[in-house]
Design a protein around this ligand. Structure first.
Ligand SMILES: [Zn+2]
Ligand SMILES: [Zn+2]
Length: 279
């Protein structure tokens, strides 16, 4: 069932792009720059292959891991939020109920229209992995973006080194130039897109925020600024705690996409003491 997720055009496009960048890096850039069989060439080919295959492994983990399903027995615990007003409690219960699934939604859980179900700590639905990015696969998604970014920047640097050392007076035929433009454009584009995505998710992780919560909190931030107050995301517990809540407390396991033993059931999250807002 899970393997059926691979039967999608965007995933096929990802495999094609990965294969293309791998081919360009090894058989165009490294080969033309220092030669694949030289010691430098073998070193760069090995480093890039490791980065590429680790990205591929993380990609498989992202696609195959269930992002998080709400337990059928789940009922929201409004008592723990120290709410005294009955009406407010009813409102909270109402807001946390999914009208489509007819079940209660835990904090940070959202309904995904594409997956047609509620997803725990939903970040966003990603068509490139044909899956939601949620509580159980966010770590794998972050590691995928991290390694894919490092691999693309590595590939871009090798490509630029190759272009700079080439004697274009000898190799200056227009069809060869066109070949290098066709090879280089996806590598440069990918580095910029993945680099931006990585910066975005570093920001989100450092603030213990999901993409949905960021956009949901825009109005709250604006209102706070307007009234001269500071706004703090309710789940923001400080950078170190925020990062370890995703990557885990053991730094040796930070870059293992399937090491998620530190995660609990995904239905409740610690809230910073100075605020009770939910975004
Ligand atoms: Zn739902
Ligand atoms: Zn989804």
């Amino acid at each position: 069932m899970k393997w059926q997720r691979f039967l999608s055009i965007p995933i096929f496009a990802v495999f094609l792009l990965m294969g293309f960048v791998y081919y360009v890096t090894l058989f165009v850039s490294i080969e033309d720059w220092v030669g694949l069989r030289s010691s430098d060439g073998s070193f760069h080919a090995s480093v890039f292959s490791f980065l590429a295959f680790y990205s591929l492994f993380s990609f498989f983990v992202c696609v195959l891991t269930d992002p998080g399903r709400v337990p059928s027995s789940y009922v929201p615990d409004v008592e723990d939020r120290e709410l005294s007003d009955q009406e407010f409690r009813r409102n909270v219960k109402h807001q946390r109920k999914c009208e489509i699934c007819s079940t209660y939604k835990p904090q940070r859980c959202h309904h995904c229209r594409t997956c047609r179900r509620c997803v725990l700590r939903m970040d966003h639905h990603c068509q490139w992995i044909n899956n939601c990015v949620g509580y159980w696969n966010y770590k794998a998604f972050f590691i995928l973006v991290f390694f894919a970014t490092v691999a693309s920047i590595y590939s871009m640097v090798i490509f630029i080194a190759c272009v700079l050392q080439k004697d274009w007076k000898v190799w200056g035929q227009s069809h060869l130039k066109l070949f290098y433009v066709v090879c280089g454009t996806p590598v440069l584009g990918l580095s910029m897109i993945l680099g931006s995505l990585l910066c975005w998710h570093i920001y989100l992780m450092a603030n213990n925020m999901t993409t949905i919560e960021y956009y949901g909190g825009v109005r709250a931030r604006w209102l706070a600024r307007k009234s001269g107050q500071g706004y703090r995301h309710p789940f923001n517990l400080g950078v170190y705690r925020n990062v370890t809540s995703v990557l885990g407390p053991n730094m040796l396991k930070w870059f293992l996409p399937a090491a998620v033993g530190h995660l609990k059931d995904g239905s409740s999250f610690r809230i910073a003491h100075d605020t009770r807002q939910i975004t």
